[in-house]
Write a protein that binds this ligand. Sequence first.
Ligand code: NAD
Ligand code: DAU
Length: 330
Amino acid sequence: MRLLVTGGAGFIGANFVRLTLAERPDVDVTVLDLLTYAGSASSLPDDARVTLVKGDVADAETVEALVGEADAVVHFAAESHNDNSLDDPSPFIRTNLVGTFTVLEAVRRHGTRLHHVSTDEVYGDLPLDGDQRFTRDTPYRPSSPYSASKAGADHLVRAWVRSFGVDATLSNCSNNYGPYQHVEKLIPRQITNVLDGVRPKVYGEGRNVRDWIHVDDHNAAVWSILDRGRIGETYLIGADGEADNRTVVSTILELMGQDPDAYDRVPDRPGHDLRYAIDASRLRKELGWEPRHADLRAGLAATIDWYRENEPWWRPQKLETELRYRRLGR
Ligand code: NAD
Ligand code: DAU
């Protein structure tokens, strides 16, 4: 089987390729990735079963040729960072909307199976206090240009399933963490700050809650959906990992031998979503998926070790990222 993985040089995509090589000896992978600031060939293993093609998912000619050679497509490619979308939404519209449209048109022409990777942010946010969770029936209510572009992409996929009979499934996952995550995101930003002797930065009061899942659990769920998911169906992916940002940052500080309160509060993100929480019962019951890394503290400790041991991977991103945050006042 040849799998086309768009965005496979990014955080989740590269971990997906690694998991696939380890667990699916019958699968070869073609990665289509533009290698933006967020993608790196160095996140991918050096392996004859992986071919990296540098190209744009919104370029119909490139996508057409690669889809034509593939048995299935997993579509991760996206602009993925909320703060960037608030600064300049335009690449989010092109990659997330036009890119998804381009993939859909190619799989429609070739009759190729597609899995579209999306986010829980399409549902907006939940009140801070309470036990409500997102389900596949929660109305779409995205808050940022990023989440609005992902919501639009999801609608395109459903329309192509219904109107053109495209063989697609969708998943909406909560916040991922683990190795190879760009240092712009909360957890690697604060780990690498502490390694650099800089105090972590928490937006606003730090009470916002995210539902953390280890990237390998997300990717195992994607494989369950590829193997056994029902065409046209949406699966929510989450591992009951709710924690507020202050707790996450204090845990990182404590695990790194620092005072848990040694962080700074910085101005809040505009339109900042309060709380995400996933009801993944359909995925668990229907497809038998269970998370293997549900202990967030243990996962954070392993992730800290990874960033400690892999400075050559993250160091080239760090200065530019912090300069961008300084310009944004965060
Ligand atoms: P990322 O930013 O780390 O990686 C995105 C990858 O896409 C990069 O390698 C980048 O070079 C590539 N890319 C960007 N524009 C492209 C284009 N025009 N053509 C080809 N490649 C392009 O993102 P991530 O965190 O790995 O997220 C991957 C997917 O998972 C996204 O669709 C995102 O919306 C979704 N998702 C992410 C999370 C999370 O917590 N990170 C949670 C749920 C869903
Ligand atoms: O829920 C899934 C989404 O999770 C994905 O769709 C996105 O691609 C991914 O980036 C992530 O979005 P968030 O905006 O939740 O992730 P981020 O790591 O940017 O921020 C997590 C929380 O931490 C959020 O409440 C903002 C806050 N934060 C972030 C940074 C970078 C801080 O307090 N300080 C920071 O320095």
